[in-house]
Design a protein around this ligand. Structure first.
Ligand SMILES: Cc1cc2nc3c(=O)[nH]c(=O)nc-3n(C[C@H](O)[C@H](O)[C@H](O)COP(=O)(O)O)c2cc1C
Length: 180
């Protein structure tokens, strides 16, 4: 009941940890949140729209130019209705795009157009995460007020051990509950 009447936009990006978005959606829906997913183009390589749609009990959004329903422009109406936007997993690329104010797809446009709380959950190879470019992008976004649930150390999909593993589902859900 903790998230009753909260509109949460879940941005899913093209990283191997995208499958964990399934569990996050299930947990948010159990807490009575209304969850709507936006997939990046790359995310389609990792998760299926059908599963996201079924778990969230809502249509998914994956295109800037999809049919305009009731004359609402998709990214503007999503941006306005959101209480919170959470990006899981946030790739190095989406973090760079957010930091530079890009608006080249539905997720970046929605984030740029929204005044909602934005929570970013990075997951990537350790060197990608530690790179000065990524760290500077994170600092930039923090200065804009974006919140981060930082990755953990552990075994990564590439087989290496190090920092860059998506934060646990438990940590992400607790972070959301404490914030709203
Ligand atoms: C198998 C595979 C796994 C990947 N995992 C990650 C990842 O965990 N983190 C990341 O930042 N990029 C990862 N990438 C690279 C992204 O898919 C790529 O940068 C893409 O352009 C991200 O697009 P998006 O941010 O719009 O979803 C992976 C690519 C492949 C092929």
């Amino acid at each position: 009941m903790l998230l009753k009447n909260k509109n949460i936009i879940l941005g899913v990006c093209g990283g191997i940890a995208a499958y964990k978005s399934y569990d996050i959606i299930r947990r948010l829906v159990n807490l009575k949140a209304n969850v709507e997913c936006i997939l990046t183009k790359s995310a389609h390589q990792f998760v299926t729209p059908l599963t996201l749609q079924t778990l969230s009990k809502n249509s998914i959004h994956n295109c800037m130019f999809e049919h305009i329903d009731k004359w609402e422009i998709n990214h503007i109406s999503l941006a306005q209705k959101a209480d919170l936007i959470i990006v899981i997993p946030a790739t190095a690329d989406i973090i760079a795009r957010f930091a530079s104010g890009r608006a080249n797809d539905l997720l970046t446009c929605t984030v740029l157009a929204s005044k909602a709380i934005i929570i970013v959950c990075p997951a990537m190879n350790t060197n990608m995460f530690n790179h000065k470019a990524t760290q500077n992008n994170i600092k930039t976004l923090e200065s804009y007020g974006y919140k981060f649930v930082m990755p953990e150390s552990g075994e990564l999909a590439c087989g290496n051990y190090g920092n860059g593993k998506l934060a646990s589902v438990e940590a992400i859900i607790s972070f959301i509950i404490n914030l709203v």
